[in-house]
Design a protein. Structure first.
Length: 234
């Protein structure tokens, strides 16, 4: 990515967590020069009762009816879509401020990972990428009719621990298969020995993946601006 290009990463926390806590943990971990100018945002979900936690009030992007979360878990759409609209508003603002959509990434952990993939799939344009860590699909197949051809071009990174008991590994595999049926580019990474947590190896790979995606975006912009026969194009 050229030094004068903007990039943006929106990170979405898990159930009961906060944007501030995630920012404190993550903000100094991405140190490569290619990400030096990247803007990060860590919003906090609103507080709401959560069914699987006996109605306890906590920061939650949407209600979760039961845990562990499997392919057969009940999934509701209404509050998911409400949170997706809030995420899209953040993305729209960033684009209006001058960031190329293909330099914008949505990532998240656990429930935040579910929000990340939902937000990518339901966004009308192609983004730089979506990254899911220990996440799951927060909806079932009927949503396919609402996924645009442009959204299907957004590359996805999906990382999942094989010992995850809260969002079992099969939930990650279900997500991968769903995306592949849509014809999407999904890089799926399985981590042996990892439970429901964020691992240093995952973050290191995420950093390299971001670098790669930003490099691809920069090359696209370069060739688009120069044109095939522009003698000043180098």
């Amino acid at each position: 990515m050229a030094s004068n290009e903007r990039s943006f990463v929106l990170w979405l926390h898990g159930l009961g967590d906060s944007g501030r806590a995630n920012e404190m943990y993550l903000k100094d971990r991405f140190t490569v020069p290619e990400l030096a100018g990247t803007k990060w945002a860590f919003p906090t979900a609103p507080s709401a009762p959560v069914t699987c936690n006996d109605g306890a009030i906590m920061n939650s992007w949407f209600d979760i009816c039961n845990a562990p979360i499997t392919s057969k878990s009940v999934r509701g759409l209404d509050d998911v879509l409400e949170s997706v609209q809030k995420v899209h508003a953040i993305i729209d603002k960033e684009i209006s401020d001058g960031t190329d959509p293909e330099n914008i990434f949505i990532a998240g952990l656990s429930q935040g990972g579910a929000m990340a993939i939902a937000s990518v799939l339901l966004y009308p344009n192609t983004l730089g990428g979506g990254a899911v860590f220990s996440g799951f699909l927060p909806f079932n197949s009927p949503v396919e009719d609402h996924i645009s051809p442009q959204a299907k071009k957004t590359p996805i990174l999906w990382c999942h621990g094989m010992l995850d008991t809260l969002v079992p590994f099969e939930a990650g595999e279900d997500g991968k298969e769903f995306l592949q049926k849509l014809g999407m580019n999904c890089k799926f990474r399985a981590y042996d020995g990892l439970g429901h947590s964020l691992d240093e190896m995952e973050l290191e790979y995420f950093q390299e993946w971001l670098k790669h995606q930003l490099g691809r975006s920069s090359k696209k912009s370069h060739f688009s601006a120069c044109g095939l026969f522009n003698k000043f194009c180098s």
